[in-house]
Write a protein that binds this ligand. Structure first.
Ligand code: AMP
Length: 589
């Protein structure tokens, strides 16, 4: 199987054909393409297709820079995927539109062959919230998707994998700092196989010093520049992205080779550029070691990381306290030949290994493309939202009146997703043998049976043992006292810990291949901590809207915070006892 890998940037087109053994059988590149609505890219792609005529292409892998929070893994392209990539284009205007040009051209050129989008952001998509969150006003950040996404994920993941191979240890047992130092530069804390922190943020502008990009800058500086009246948003954008970094500091250009040459000839600004670059990178290594509680290896990659021994040496200075012992001679002698994948430049007894890896994003894309194409994952699957139910109660008319006064009616506060159901303004207090919980929401409409739903944590607080029950099945459940503004009611039974369940319309059930009362497992692949929920009850009704309900304890266990979203797959135990994957989607809580 030949896999074509296309990396279509704003001014360049790189491509390579890989065979089954991940060997390159053909490669090429076109440079200096103009960004004229994609026309020169289309021309370059057409030339590439002619050049590739003799190859039997089975699948096409595309590098896509920005997948936002929509993609956590390489994904086979369909119309939904194209729309999502388009949606993230404003956040990556120099990349996503050109990747889309390549995707659409490939679909035309190779009809019926799978196209796979491999995202630079995907590796970082499961960064902990504490690392992906900016400390700005929460609602403003949410409204404008202002969070840290991270980039260069394909390269960081590849470099981490090569390092783990050298160390002969599984990636999920290692804490690595990977430094992708090229014209674009970023650091990543790869903690037990996952990106736990990375230096690029909402855009590729944050973090390390780069060829022409500033990396970290006090946001106040941007405001100050705007307030001078000499700058507007466009010129600040230009300044920070194109005239800063090594180029802006040195006044020479963005190529470190020229700057190193000038520095050797005592050019002060060239020396300053090198010092700022190395100092920033060293600072990040230290920070990431602290964030992970230690490191096993530091991995250099990218044009500068692979080639500049002096920059590596500078960055690693003063890191002995972390256990880094660089073999200075070895570092200086190290030249990684093209086909070599890595070189080790630390002393044999160094507690932290230092490894230089030649990055190979194309190979990683080919690998991921084959993996996606060869997996039998169901791709056209419905999305299943997850709702987190806080403690609440359903009351009969009689109980409601006893608590809120004769003739009282529930008042609608807000509608719920399930048609006809709503949260009421009314709240009651629960009084258990041990403690009380005040302000528990009443849900409407009124029902024929009282039912109070709490989490396991609530039960401990109240001091009662409530059984896990399907909604409506309250016989012999736990007693509880309810207190309202007009009275108190003690229920002999009615307190339950609601069994997790999915509401489904019959059409959804058909798509998932399940029926009412089936028990399934649901794996929440979102959040910081993936989790498989077993014993999930399927409830099918014409009036239901697809939605899974879990309680606050369950949401906390999967770290699904308010406003969080995550991938979800529904699984079922097949006849052989294996887990059959049935669906995937996003949860919105
Ligand atoms: P990349 O974006 O990964 O291709 O990296 C490109 C950058 O690597 C160039 O702009 C140079 O600054 C740097 N580079 C490449 N070779 C060397 C070298 N031998 N010494 C120092 N820097 C180098």
């Amino acid at each position: 199987m030949n896999t074509l890998v296309i990396n279509c940037g704003s001014s360049s087109l790189k491509y390579a054909v890989f065979d089954n053994n991940e060997s390159v059988v053909h490669e090429g590149r076109r440079e200096r393409l103009s960004s004229d609505e994609g026309q020169s890219h289309q021309q370059a792609l057409a030339e590439m297709f002619t050049e590739l005529d003799r190859f039997n292409i089975h699948a096409i892998g595309h590098r896509v820079v920005h997948g936002g929070d929509a993609f956590r893994a390489p994904t086979q392209v369909d119309d939904t995927v194209i729309t999502a990539i388009e949606q993230w284009s404003p956040a990556a205007p120099m990349h996503n539109p050109f990747a889309l040009v390549a995707i659409k051209a490939s679909e035309q050129q190779f009809p019926g062959k799978p196209n796979v989008a491999v995202f630079d952001t995907a590796f970082h998509a499961r960064m902990p919230r504490r690392a992906s969150t900016y400390a700005i006003d929460f609602d403003t950040a949410k409204k404008h998707s202002i969070r840290r996404f991270g980039f260069h994920g394909i390269s960081h993941e590849y470099a981490a994998g090569v390092a783990a191979g050298f160390l002969q240890r599984p990636l999920d047992s290692l804490r690595l700092v990977t430094l992708h130092l090229g014209n674009g530069a970023s650091a990543c804390a790869v903690e037990y196989g996952r990106s736990a922190e990375t230096s690029m943020g909402n855009t590729p502008l944050e973090g390390l010093v780069m060829g022409t990009r500033s990396g970290d800058v006090d946001a106040g500086v941007i405001l100050q520049l705007l307030q001078t009246g000499e700058h507007d948003a466009a010129s600040v954008n230009e300044l920070l992205n194109k005239h800063s970094g090594l180029k802006g500091l040195s006044g020479i250009g963005n190529d470190l080779r020229d700057i190193e040459q000038a520095a050797a000839n005592s050019d002060d600004r060239a020396q300053l550029a090198i010092n700022v670059f190395a100092h920033r990178a060293r600072k990040y290594v230290g920070a990431y070691a602290a964030a992970m509680g230690g490191i096993d290896a530091i991995v250099f990659t990218g044009g500068i990381g692979e080639n500049s021994a002096s920059m590596r040496e500078r960055i690693l200075q003063r890191l002995e306290f972390l256990g880094v012992q660089l073999d200075i001679d070895l570092n200086r002698r190290t030249q990684i030949a093209k086909e070599d994948e890595y070189a080790v430049i630390s002393e044999p007894h160094s507690r932290v290994d230092v490894i230089v890896v030649k990055t190979n994003e194309e190979r990683m894309i080919a690998r991921e493309t084959s993996r996606v194409v060869n997996s039998d994952r169901v791709t056209a699957v419905p999305r299943i939202p997850i709702a987190v139910s806080a403690r609440h109660c359903h009351l009969t008319k009689e109980t409601f009146e006893a608590l809120f006064g004769e003739g009282a009616e529930p008042t609608v506060d807000k509608p719920l997703v399930q048609p006809g159901q709503f949260a009421c303004k009314e709240r009651v207090n629960l009084i258990g043998p041990r403690h009380r919980i005040d302000g528990v929401r009443v849900l409407g409409p009124l029902r024929g049976v009282n039912q109070v739903e709490v989490s396991r944590t609530d039960e401990f607080r109240l001091g009662v043992d409530a059984p896990v029950r399907d909604s409506g099945n309250v016989a012999n459940s736990a007693p509880i006292t309810l207190e309202g503004p007009k009275g108190t009611v003690t229920l002999k039974e009615g307190l339950i810990c609601a069994r997790r369940h999915i509401h489904m319309h019959p059409n959804d059930a058909e798509q998932f291949g399940v029926k009412d009362k089936d028990e399934v497992s649901v794996s929440v692949l979102g959040g910081e901590r993936s989790l498989i929920f077993g014993d999930v009850l399927v409830r099918v009704k014409d009036s239901y809207v697809l939605e899974m309900h879990i309680d606050t304890d369950e949401a906390n266990a999967a770290e699904l915070g308010g406003g969080a979203s995550g991938g979800l797959s529904v699984t079922d135990i097949d006849e052989e006892g294996g887990v059959k994957q049935m669906g995937e989607g996003a949860c919105q809580t």
